[in-house]
Write a protein that binds this ligand. Structure first.
Ligand code: FO1
Length: 309
C-alpha cells in the first residue's frame, strides 16, 4: 500500500514516526510544508523539514519537538553578547544543517535534492519532499499589521489576532519534482494532525496539487488536530475562533471539504457527518502512540477503499 502524508511541524512529524514503523520505506512519501521557511542571519531555515528530519532520525529535542536533543547554545550566547538577533534559537549542532543547505542553495541545488541528501545522511529511507522548490511565504494579516510566519509564531508567540492568511509566491510556484507522481501512485493520502490553516493549506496552495489530490484514486484521510475540544499544541483552536468557526471536528472536515473522505478523531470527541470517520486516542506522547494513530488512520483508509469495491 503506497502512502503519501502531508505534514507540517511537530504534530505532523509524530504521525510520520508512526507511519515509518508500519509502512515499508519505499512505500512512504512525505510532502512537507515550506511556507514557514525564511532567511535568518543569512541562513535558509526550513523548520518543518528540519523537524521531520530530526524526528524521523531520533535526533529531535524531546522537550521542544523542534531542533536537536543533543544541543548546545554557544552561538546564541555569542550573538547576544554582540547585540545580534536572538529571538529565533539556532543551536550549535542545528547550525550545521542550515549552513549546509544555504551553501548548496547558493550553488544552485534544488531544495528537493538537498532534503533528500540530508534525509539519507540521517539514515531516513522513506522519501521526504518539500511541497515546492520555489519559495512560498506564509504571511498573516493581523491586528498588529502584516507579519511573516516566524515573526508571528515565534517572536510574537502567535498572540496577534489573525484576519487573513496569504501564501505569497504560491501562484508562481510548481510542485517539487516527485510530488504529483507520488500522489498519482498513492493508495492512501493522509493529512497529518498539523494546523490546517498554517501547515496544510500552504501545501494545497501549490498550483496543481489540489487537483492532483482530487483526481487521485487514493483514499484521503485526515487526522484531526483537535483533542478534547482544543488543539494539543499551537494556535489551531485560537485561529478557528478568530475565523468565527466552532472548535469542533465538523469545522476541520468542512475546511478540507471534498479533499477529504475520512476523518480520524480523538476518542470521545464529536463526530462530524458526511464522511467516513473513526476514533482512537490520538494523543502522541511516545513512538507506540504514534504507531497506534498511524494504524488507525490506515485502517480508515482501507475501509474507504473497501467500500468502493
Ligand atoms: N520554534 C520556537 O518556538 N522558537 C524558536 O526559537 C525556534 C527555532 C527554530 C530553529 C530551527 C528550526 O528548524 C525550528 C525552530 N523552531 C522554533 C520551530 C519552528 O519555528 C516552528 O515550530 C514551526 O515553524 C511551526 O511548524
Amino acid at each position: 500500500m503506497k502512502i503519501v502524508a502531508l505534514t507540517g511541524g511537530v504534530g505532523g512529524a509524530k504521525l510520520v514516526v508512526g507511519l515509518q514503523r508500519i509502512v515499508a520505506p519505499e512505500d512512504l512519501t512525505v510532502i512537507v510544508n515550506t511556507g514557514d521557511d525564511f532567511t535568518h542571519l543569512g541562513l535558509r531555515i526550513c523548520p518543518d523539514i528540519d523537524t521531520l528530519l530530526y524526528t524521523l532520525s531520533g535526533r529531535a529535542s524531546r522537550e521542544r519537538g523542534w531542533g536537536r536533543e543533543d544541543e548546545s547554545w554557544s552561538f546564541m550566547a555569542a550573538m547576544r553578547e554582540l547585540g545580534g538577533e536572538d529571538w529565533f534559537q539556532l543551536g550549535d549542532r542545528d547550525l550545521a544543517l542550515h549552513i549546509l543547505r544555504t551553501v548548496r542553495l547558493r550553488d544552485g541545488d534544488a531544495l528537493t535534492a538537498i532534503t533528500g541528501d540530508l534525509a539519507r545522511a540521517f539514515g531516513i529511507r522513506s522519501t521526504i519532499l518539500p511541497m515546492s522548490d520555489q519559495a512560498i511565504e506564509t504571511t498573516l494579516d493581523t491586528d498588529v499589521g502584516f507579519l511573516s510566519f516566524q515573526r508571528y509564531f515565534v517572536a510574537l508567540r502567535a498572540e496577534p489576532r489573525v484576519r487573513r492568511i496569504e501564501f505569497s509566491g504560491a501562484s508562481a510556484a510548481k510542485p517539487a519534482l516527485g510530488v504529483i507522481e507520488a500522489i498519482k501512485e498513492a493508495d492512501a493520502v493522509l493529512i497529518a494532525p498539523s494546523n490546517p490553516y498554517l501547515s496544510i493549506d500552504p501545501i494545497i496552495s501549490v498550483p496543481g496539487l489540489r487537483d492532483a489530490l482530487l483526481a487521485s484514486s487514493a483514499a484521503r484521510v485526515a487526522v484531526s488536530p483537535l483533542v478534547g475540544g482544543t488543539s494539543v499544541k499551537g494556535p489551531t483552536a485560537k485561529l478557528m475562533q478568530e475565523f468565527e468557526c466552532p472548535v469542533v471536528n465538523y469545522t476541520i472536515a468542512s475546511h478540507y471539504g471534498d479533499l477529504l473522505q475520512g476523518l480520524l478523531v480523538h476518542e470521545g470527541d464529536n463526530i462530524p457527518e458526511g464522511l467516513e470517520t473513526a476514533s482512537c486516542d490520538t494523543l502522541m506522547r511516545s513512538e507506540s502512540d504514534s504507531e497506534r494513530v498511524a494504524d488507525a488512520a490506515l485502517d480508515l483508509a482501507r475501509r474507504i477503499m473497501a467500500h468502493r469495491s
